[in-house]
Design a protein. Structure first.
Length: 128
């Protein structure tokens, strides 16, 4: 994957840090399921602070997030997408993407590319 969009340097740091913390990077290559989901979940500091407790090396509890964390409609779309890319258990109507603003729409598209193509850590270690 050539370019990976990040909302900010902080998003990039949260993303890489979360993957490293749960041990989902092997020889510089992140697990694609975790990477796609965590890319979304780390894109916003408030959301990450609310949902990080549902993320572990053993899985991501999207159902727990959707049940116990107050999310806006756009945030809910992104969390459902994260679940779908992680394990396919969350069903999402593609028309829900229309509700997303430009930044979150770009996050959604980038997460699809991360899941489909994979990537290597060296692609994101360069400054934005």
């Amino acid at each position: 994957m050539s370019d990976i969009f990040f909302v900010s340097e902080e998003h990039k740091a949260r993303f890489i840090g979360s993957l490293a913390q749960i041990g989902k990077i092997d020889n510089g290559t992140p697990d694609t399921e975790y990477a796609a989901a965590l890319y979304i979940l780390t894109s916003d500091l408030f959301i990450w602070n609310e949902v990080s407790r549902y993320v572990s090396r053993d899985g991501i509890s999207i159902k727990g997030m959707l049940k116990k964390v107050h999310l806006s409609s756009g945030e809910s779309v992104l969390v459902k997408l994260a679940g779908n890319l992680f394990n396919g258990n969350e069903h999402l109507d593609p028309l829900e993407f229309i509700r997303l603003d430009e930044t979150n729409f770009t996050i959604a598209l980038t997460s699809l590319k991360l899941r489909r193509e994979g990537w290597h850590l060296s692609q994101v270690l360069l400054p934005l």
